[in-house]
Design a protein around this ligand. Structure first.
Ligand SMILES: NC(=O)c1ccc[n+]([C@@H]2O[C@H](COP(=O)([O-])OP(=O)(O)OC[C@H]3O[C@@H](n4cnc5c(N)ncnc54)[C@H](O)[C@@H]3O)[C@@H](O)[C@H]2O)c1
Length: 303
C-alpha cells in the first residue's frame, strides 16, 4: 500500500512511519521541518520503502506526484503546539486550516482512498463533564483547538459530499520518545537539571496516552470502510494530575527537584479525560492499566 504521512518527521509521524514500513507499506513523508527533525527518522532514513520530501503543506503546488495512486493519507502536519499556535495565529491558521483544506481538495481530486485526520482533544475546550464523549460540543478555548475544529469541519464536508473517505482521530495528550517542549519532556528535563518543576494553576487533570497506542489505532483504521465518516477519541481514558506526574518523574529520575506552583495560563484547557468506549469497541484497543506506565523506559534511556 502507498501511504502519505504529512508531518512524518515529527514526534507521532515518525513513530507511525516506522510502523507502516515495518508492516510493508510504501511511505511518503511530507514535512517542512518546522518542528520535525531528520534525526527522528534516523532508524528508517535508508529504508527502501521511504521517500522523504521536504515541502510545506501551505504550498498548493507541492502535491502532484505524491498523492496520485495513494491508498491512504495520514494528515499529521500542523502547528501542533497550543502556545505556539496562540503566539503565531497566522502560521497555525494557514497550516492547520488552509493547509488541511488544500490537502483535502487535492486528495479528492486524485481519488485518494482514505484520509485520516489527526485532530485533538483541544476541539472540546473545557469539558462540561468527564469523561468526554465524541458527542461533546466543540467549544475550543484557544487558537490551536479552533484550527483543529475548523479542519475537522472541512474533513466532514468532504466526507458528507462523497468526495473522500475519512476518519477523524481526536488525540488526547500523547507522550513518548522524541517529543519535546511539552509537559512530560519539560518535567523530565527539569528533573535532570535539578530545576524546579513549574505547575501552572495546579488544577489540571490530563489524559496522557502513549504514542504506541496512537500509532496502533492509526494502523488499525487502514482500509476499514466501516469507519468512514467516524470520529474517535484516542486516549487512555484515565486522568492524571500534574502533581502525580511530577511526583512520578521525580521518583523515576531520583531528582531533588521541587514543585513550584505558578498562576494558571488562561489559554490552557484544565481538565480532560477521554471517553474511550468507541476506541475500544471499534478498534479493539483496550485502555492501558497505567496511562503513564511508559515513563519508566523514557526516563531510563535519556531521550
Ligand atoms: N502530541 C500530542 O499530544 C497531540 C495531541 C493531539 C493532536 N495532535 C496532533 O497530531 C499531529 C502530530 O503531532 P506531533 O505531536 O507529532 O507534533 P509534531 O510537531 O512533532 O509534528 C508535526 C509535524 O508537522 C510538520 N509541519 C508543521 N507545519 C508544516 C507545514 N506547513 N508543512 C509541512 N509540515 C509541517 C512539523 O515539522 C512536524 O514534523 C498534529 O496534527 C497534532 O496537532 C498531537
Amino acid at each position: 500500500m502507498r501511504t502519505v504521512v504529512t508531518g512524518g518527521a515529527g514526534f507521532i509521524g515518525s513513530h507511525l512511519a516506522e510502523k507502516l514500513l515495518l508492516a510493508g507499506h510504501e511511505v511518503i513523508i511530507i514535512d517542512n521541518f518546522f518542528r520535525g527533525l531528520k534525526s527522528n527518522l534516523a532508524g528508517i532514513l535508508n529504508h527502501p520503502g521511504l521517500r522523504l520530501v521536504e515541502a510545506d503543506i501551505r504550498e498548493r503546488s507541492i502535491w502532484p506526484g505524491y498523492l496520485d495512486g495513494a491508498d491512504i493519507v495520514f494528515h499529521l502536519a500542523a502547528q501542533s503546539n497550543v502556545l505556539g499556535a496562540v503566539h503565531d495565529l497566522k502560521y497555525s491558521f494557514e497550516t492547520n486550516v488552509i493547509g488541511t483544506f488544500n490537502l483535502l481538495e487535492e486528495c479528492a481530486a486524485r481519488k485518494v482512498r482514505q484520509f485520516i485526520f489527526s485532530s485533538s482533544r483541544e476541539v472540546y475546550g473545557e469539558a462540561q463533564e468527564l469523561p468526554v464523549t465524541e458527542q461533546h460540543p466543540l467549544l475550543a478555548k484557544n487558537a490551536y483547538g479552533a484550527s483543529k475544529a475548523a479542519g475537522e469541519l472541512y474533513v466532514r464536508v468532504f466526507q458528507n459530499s462523497g468526495q473522500l473517505n475519512t476518519v477523524i482521530f481526536r488525540l488526547a495528550n500523547v507522550y513518548g520518545r522524541r517529543d519535546f517542549n511539552r509537559v512530560i519532556p519539560i518535567f523530565i528535563d527539569n528533573c535532570r537539571k535539578q530545576e524546579d518543576i513549574k505547575i501552572f494553576g495546579g488544577e489540571q487533570v490530563i489524559d496522557f496516552v502513549y504514542v504506541g497506542l496512537i500509532t496502533e489505532a492509526m494502523i488499525r483504521a487502514i482500509g476499514r470502510d466501516d469507519l468512514f465518516g467516524t470520529v474517535l477519541n484516542i486516549g487512555s481514558g484515565s486522568g492524571t494530575t500534574l502533581y502525580q506526574l511530577a511526583d512520578q518523574i521525580i521518583r523515576l529520575t531520583g531528582s531533588e527537584s521541587k514543585i513550584s506552583v505558578l498562576p494558571a495560563r488562561t489559554v490552557e484547557v484544565v481538565r480532560f479525560v477521554a471517553d474511550t468506549t468507541l476506541m475500544e469497541q471499534r478498534l479493539g484497543i483496550s485502555r492501558p492499566e497505567n496511562p503513564i506506565g511508559h515513563l519508566e523506559e523514557i526516563t531510563a534511556d535519556g531521550e
